[in-house]
Design a protein around this ligand. Structure first.
Ligand code: F6R
Length: 611
């Protein structure tokens, strides 16, 4: 959701900016733009275009057409004002002195705009961002940093900003509040970006900006200031993942690559957490007393991460015998949750930047809870604001639809459940060993599931033209169905819904008619018979049933369902981790056969940094 790149150095800026923006495309956007300082004319050279980045890039011959060695770039995901050339960023002030790129929302922009209009400022766009550019120019008396600082005292909301001023062509300004922004240190050059993928080709030395910080970037270095404009020394960290991790590496789509990467991602997530037959978390801050004292666990997350939470409820309640509530972060904020210092809030987020999840975390902390987060992106906002972070180490996830993010989050919930259960004495040693061994064998079993992908592809070819699909299951299979259904609808645009099978007869079954496709999830052994009776129920109303079950139940299921996909038998708790893989593949192939833009589904953004 909105991508920002900034560069100052000796090389031509525009190609670097466009390349950086291309790496941020996965975040989701509807228009793009760059502003570069044009020394010859002592002016800002601004180029913007609605649509794919390619439109802008073709216009600028890949950047070659724009002279200048300092600039800012942006991919916009429209919030205030429709996608259009004029609403794209950078937004430029009336006299052309200031250009701004912005990720986030300025909540009081209407009030500020009215103030500026009353003072004779003319606006060109409908964006909240133009207000920032105009306001900086309004306060500008020759010292850009002072003007920016005055504006920061007036704007409310969430923002990451890149600012370029025509009078200070040897510096870029970066600002962060509640929207991610990183700084990159190069040789004779400096960068700012929404995330590491945009600049990793140029530098691996980065700093994470904190809320309220302002940074001044020059060719020779970066100086950061806190919200009182006192200089701060930033910690420089080295990014250790390989560039290939953020490239397609021969695959047609990132989503497919990331599906195939899951066994390795799981190995990275699980192996270091098992030592001498025990779950091991390095520097874990919650001691046995604290764990025993927890009287309730609250899981908060959005989208697929919330679906992990739905599985997590089963897993954690079963293993720890503590009550677990799962809440959508966007609802949690406003529901006046019953939380106190004996509540552990588990926050799940791949990006670590989802605004609703972040707001829920802060609300939980305000109410006295401790926060444990399960996050993929190292150094992200959620990770940094948690009492304890467990990184999933899935590597960069570029496709909008999460896959390896989801499966590694699940594995982390399983590890956490086992760890707590051991401390609490709520698990028998045999079960502990069985699940832990199952977890360490998961990557290999997942490889087997992935090897069977041709079968899933064939089934997708049989069903890809259905316009409405139902996923049904009970208990763990219901939670799995939620994710299977989301995966399918978000990338293929086919209407699909997940139901708890027992609910069919309370309404949904009236939608079943001849030829309706029902994906019946029957992996959970304990409820297999129930799953079978639901299959019979929908078949007798004309549904086509595509069933998912374990290898040991294939024959039984095949007697009734039209088609069956199987996964290896594993401990109950681990079933969703394997079961989701054929559902991801099914969604992928169906979307492919429908000619959809798989990695960048319409209207969606990878990292949702607005409410
Ligand atoms: C769906 C998907 C989204 C995310 C959701 C939360 O495939 O990726 O539903 O799960 O936007 O994102 P994170 O986990 O980054 O907080």
């Amino acid at each position: 959701m909105c991508g920002i790149v900034g560069f100052i150095g000796e090389e031509q800026a525009a190609p670097i900016l466009l390349d950086g923006l291309a790496r941020l495309e996965y975040r989701g956007y509807d228009s793009a733009g760059v502003a570069v300082y044009d020394r010859e004319n002592n002016a800002l050279s601004v180029h913007k275009a609605k649509g794919r980045l390619k439109v802008l890039s073709d216009l600028l011959q890949g950047g070659a057409a724009v002279e200048g060695t300092i600039g800012i770039g942006h991919t916009r995901w429209a919030t205030h004002g429709a996608p259009s050339d004029v609403n794209s960023h950078p937004q430029v002030s009336q006299r052309g002195k200031i250009a701004v790129v912005h990720n986030g929302i300025i909540e009081n922009y209407a009030e500020l705009k009215a103030f500026l209009l009353a003072n004779g400022v003319e606006f060109r766009s409908e964006t909240d961002t133009e207000v920032i550019a105009q306001l900086i120019e309004y306060f500008y008396r020759g010292d850009i940093l002072t003007a920016v600082n005055r504006v920061l005292h007036r704007i409310q909301g969430a923002y990451a900003l890149g600012i370029l001023c025509v009078d200070t062509p040897d510096q870029l300004i970066a600002v962060r509040k509640d929207s991610p922004l990183i700084l990159g240190y190069g040789d004779g050059c400096s960068f700012l970006a929404s995330d590491v993928t945009a600049i990793i080709r140029h530098t691996r030395e980065i700093s994470y900006m904190e809320d309220g910080e302002v940074a001044v970037l020059t060719r020779t270095g970066i100086q950061c200031y806190d919200h009182l404009m006192q200089p701060v020394q930033k910690e420089v960290v080295r990014v250790d993942w390989e560039i290939d991790a953020a490239e397609k590496g021969g695959y047609e789509h990132f989503m497919f690559k990331e599906i195939m990467e899951q066994p390795d991602a799981l190995r990275r997530c699980i192996s270091p957490r098992i030592r001498d037959g025990e779950v091991f978390f390095e520097d874990f801050v919650f001691d046995a007393d604290y764990i025993r004292n927890i009287d309730r666990i609250f899981i908060v997350a959005c989208g697929s991460s919330y679906h992990v939470g739905m599985v997590g409820k089963y897993t954690l309640e079963r293993l720890t015998r503590k009550p677990v509530e799962v809440s959508l972060a966007s609802e949690f904020r406003y529901m006046d949750p019953i939380i106190d210092e004996r509540t552990l809030v588990v926050v799940i987020s791949q990006s670590g930047e989802t605004l609703d999840t972040m707001a829920a975390l802060r609300e939980a902390r305000r109410l006295g809870a401790k926060i444990l987060s399960i996050v993929n992106v190292v150094g992200s906002s959620i990770a940094r604001e948690s009492d304890q972070v467990l990184y999933t180490w899935a590597g960069p996830e570029i496709a909008v639809a999460t896959t390896k993010g989801y499966t590694t989050q699940l594995a982390m919930v399983d590890l956490l459940g086992l760890y707590f259960a051991r401390v609490l004495g709520t698990i028998q040693p045999e079960e502990y060993r069985e699940v832990l061994t199952g977890l360490s064998e998961l990557p290999e079993k997942m490889e087997r599931v992935l090897q069977d992908r041709d079968g899933v592809q064939y089934l997708a070819s049989q069903y890809f033209n259905h316009r409405s699909i139902f996923f049904v299951g009970r208990n763990l299979d219901y939670a799995l169905g939620l994710e299977g259904s989301l995966k399918l609808k978000e990338i293929s645009y086919i209407h699909s819904e997940a139901y708890a099978s027992g609910e069919l007869k309370h309404g949904t079954i009236s939608l079943i008619e001849d030829g309706t496709l029902v994906v019946a999830l029957g992996t959970y052994g304990k409820l297999f018979e129930k799953a079978m009776s639901n299959v019979v129920e929908v078949k007798s109303r004309g549904a086509d049933v595509l069933a998912l079950t374990t290898e040991s139940r294939r024959e039984e299921m095949a007697r009734t369902a039209n088609a069956v996909i199987t996964i290896p038998d594993v401990s109950d708790i681990l079933l969703p981790s394997l079961g989701v893989v054929p559902l991801q593949l099914f969604a992928y192939y169906v979307a492919l056969m429908n000619g959809c833009d798989i990695d960048k589904p319409r209207n969606l953004a990878k990292s949702v940094t607005v409410e």
